[in-house]
Write a protein that binds this ligand. Structure first.
Ligand code: SAJ
Length: 417
């Protein structure tokens, strides 16, 4: 069995490695020659626990190799980005998926399976992908089996979730679903659930939308509680004691390439109907500005504030800064003339000056904690306070104990009133 994967990013690479670990010959294709070269040497370009070791093994034993070129295989898996288009409702831009498909078509043989793992708008498989394959002379469901099998793994625990999560396999026909299921059976230990392609597309989108809407509810609750002088974290703790309530955590906004992107794919399909989804996005997108308002209020007496941002990734313990609310916060602070230093032990990509924690903190008026990396939880904040002009920490993630430190004032969305 040979699989050709298109796109070696956060999903394509771990998926390739997983098939390779289970005896499949895998060739992974990427357009970036630096990534291809590095992977063939056994070096990973993304941070994900366990991935570096797993890759080295499958490169060494010859089960995986990376290439710039698509080649013949039994199955093809497309895992490429589907960003928001720059249109009114930020619809799903599938141009990279279609490019991948175009590269696959000349290498197809009867009996091949094509799987799209990239997140796509409802009906994309039927309306855009199948016609392209049929125009090339193949009958989908008889010659070629086409499946949408959305990835649903959580960055930070991808290798575990790839194996143990259940897997939705949406076939264009039932024969397509059977072919897709046979493939994932190779390593998936969770349930493999067969359905049609459009149900798979919509269920993936609504999973991330469900989370986005629920985070928006907690973000709105945080704003309400600040207005009404109530501690939002106490409220969440109390409300979550109800057996059917599970409020999520408020914070500086929702980032990453999933929750901040996917809900728009639904909105763009039906903007008049998708009211809650649209509003939830607006609430979550308002959070960076809301955090800046809190910063300004706290630092009002200081004429030229110096702020140190702790953490710029979209969430804890990853190196991914895509759609991170921290980027918007830093941009707005800088535009207002604030001096901003950045300290993030997970990011060394030249995006900001790589300072030591001491260099970043000297003479600062505030630590603005935007990501709850584990490293930030074990810092001695009293020692840092001595180096600061004003020993103040705004913890937007509620991960630092407010009582533990004597020299550092710790403020969060619950005690900011
Ligand atoms: N966040 C909050 N409060 C919370 C939880 C999260 O503000 O209580 C923020 C995070 O800080 C982050 C954003 O939401 O900025 C998204 O983080 P996340 O951990 O909720 O999710 P992702 O984007 O890392 O992964 C999601 C997952 N989807 C769901 O949980 C429904 C994952 O299973 C999907 O595979 C992934 O999207 C994807 O690729 O679609």
């Amino acid at each position: 069995m040979k699989i050709c994967t298109i796109g070696l990013g956060y999903i394509g690479l771990p998926t390739s490695v997983m098939f390779a670990q289970n005896g499949v010959d895998v060739v992974g294709v990427d357009i970036n020659p630096n990534i291809v070269e590095a992977l063939n040497k056994g070096d990973v370009h993304i941070e994900e626990p366990g991935l570096a070791e797993a890759l080295r093994m499958v490169v060494q034993n010859g089960q995986f190799r990376a290439s710039l070129f698509t080649e013949q295989a039994d199955a093809f898996i497309i895992s490429v980005p589907t960003p928001n288009a720059e249109d009114t409702y930020r619809s799903c831009d599938i141009s990279i998926v279609l490019q991948g498909l175009k590269q696959i078509i000349p290498h197809l043989s009867k009996g091949n399976t094509i799987i799209v793992e990239s997140t796509i708008a409802p009906r994309t498989t039927e309306d855009e992908i199948v016609p392209m394959i049929e125009q090339a002379g193949w009958k989908v469901g008889e010659d070629i089996f086409v499946v949408h099998c959305p990835e649903r793994v959580l960055p930070g625990q991808i290798l575990h979730e790839l194996i143990y999560n259940n897997r939705i396999v949406g076939g264009v026909t039932s024969a397509c679903a059977d072919a897709g299921a046979d493939l994932y059976k190779i390593f998936v230990k969770g349930e493999i659930v067969k359905t049609n392609a459009k149900t798979a597309e919509m269920s993936k989108l609504i999973e991330n939308t469900f989370r986005d809407v629920n985070i928006a509810l907690s973000n709105e609750l945080a704003k309400l509680c600040i207005e009404l002088d109530i501690n939002v974290y106490d409220v969440i703790q109390m409300a979550n004691k109800h057996p059917r309530v599970n409020l999520l955590q408020p914070g500086p906004g929702v980032g990453g390439h999933c929750l901040a992107v996917d809900p728009y794919f639904i909105v763009a399909k039906s903007p008049e109907t998708a009211q809650i989804i649209k509003t939830a996005r607006e609430v979550n997108r308002s959070m960076p500005h809301f955090i800046i308002e809190q910063v300004n209020a706290l630092l009002e007496p200081i004429s030229r504030p110096k702020i140190v941002v702790f953490g710029i990734t979209y969430k804890a313990n990853v190196d991914d800064i895509r759609e991170s609310p921290a980027l918007e916060i830093i941009k707005q602070l800088k535009e207002a003339g604030t001096h901003v230093n950045i300290y993030d032990p997970h990011v060394h990509n030249g995006f900001f000056e790589d300072l030591s924690i001491e260099e970043a903190i000297d003479g600062a008026h505030m630590i603005l904690l935007l990501t709850d990396h584990d490293e930030f939880k074990s810092i001695n904040y009293d020692a840092l306070a001595e180096r600061m002009e004003l020993p103040l920490l705004l913890d937007t993630r509620h991960c630092i104990d407010t009582e533990q430190w004597h020299n550092m004032a710790v403020v969060n969305l619950g005690n900011i009133q």
